[in-house]
Design a protein around this ligand. Structure first.
Ligand code: 0O2
Length: 226
């Protein structure tokens, strides 16, 4: 290093580092909240994996095809708070959003969805806060899933904290449909949105029919192969 190289920042660069440190400090409570939600997701994912492993070993059957987890991104959090007309403070975010932590559980058959959802919510450290059955009562556009809002404890150095999480259960086919529907939501320049919505609704109904027909075949195979 040359003798007079300045290693202590000064001037604008120094201010910039100072501002960054302040910014990081002020973001800490938010980062902490995100970390706690990540922890809640890990707990839930483990519980679901344990159930799937047990079914696989004991009944030679995997009710869960896949599990996806995500923490809601900061922009979506702020947008949702704005939609609700609530100031996006840490306290308000924690109190008014149920889906900062989100788990999506993909099952092959509708019966498995209800079985796993019931077993999960019967666990004594899980609290069922809200249940929306969009399979029995689909949204007008055809969206089907079972949504649970659950409370789950995480254990921090300061003690136990109950976190909220949204668990969405769908079949593989419902998930396929929801991905395409999600694309429509974010494309604002489609020429025939009404026509596309009608086609999607018809597909959603066909998927519902197919899911239950496949389930009947699966059950018949089980009955007739004992
Ligand atoms: P993202 O990016 O998936 O997180 P609430 O305040 O809980 O009563 P909320 O949050 O509208 O009301 O709950 P709701 O209706 O149960 O649905 C929330 C989530 O379900 C959405 O999250 C989607 O993931 C999914 N969802 C609901 N309706 C539809 C639909 O019509 N199509 C698709 N593809 N997904 C849907 P976010 O926050 O929209 O986004």
């Amino acid at each position: 290093m040359a003798e007079n190289t300045q290693i202590v920042p000064s001037g604008d660069f120094g201010n910039m580092i100072g501002n960054t440190a302040e910014l990081l400090e002020s973001a800490k409570p938010f980062l902490e909240l995100m970390m706690q939600n990540e922890c809640a997701l890990r707990e839930l994912e483990t519980k679901l994996n344990v159930l799937n492993d047990e079914f696989s070993t004991v009944y030679n059957y995997n009710p869960i095809e896949s599990i996806k987890t995500r923490v809601k991104d900061p922009v979506s959090i702020v947008e949702k708070m704005n939609r609700k007309g609530i100031a996006p403070t840490i306290e308000n975010i924690e109190n008014s959003l149920n889906d900062i932590a989100g788990v999506r559980v993909i099952c092959s058959f509708p019966e498995d969805i209800y079985a796993i959802a019931d077993i999960l919510t019967m666990q004594d450290d899980i609290t069922l806060i809200k249940r929306k059955d969009y399979i029995a009562n689909p949204k007008p556009n055809g969206y089907r899933s079972l949504h649970l809002i659950v409370g789950i404890p995480i254990f921090l150095s300061t003690g136990k904290k109950i976190m909220k999480a949204e668990v969405q259960f769908r079949t593989i086919a419902m998930d396929f449909w929801a991905s395409l529907d999600h694309k429509l939501k974010y494309k604002h320049n489609v020429r025939n949105p009404a026509e596309i919505s009608a086609k999607l609704k018809a597909c959603a109904d066909a998927i519902y029919d197919l899911d239950y027909r496949m389930q009947d075949i699966r059950n018949q195979i089980e009955r007739e192969s004992r």
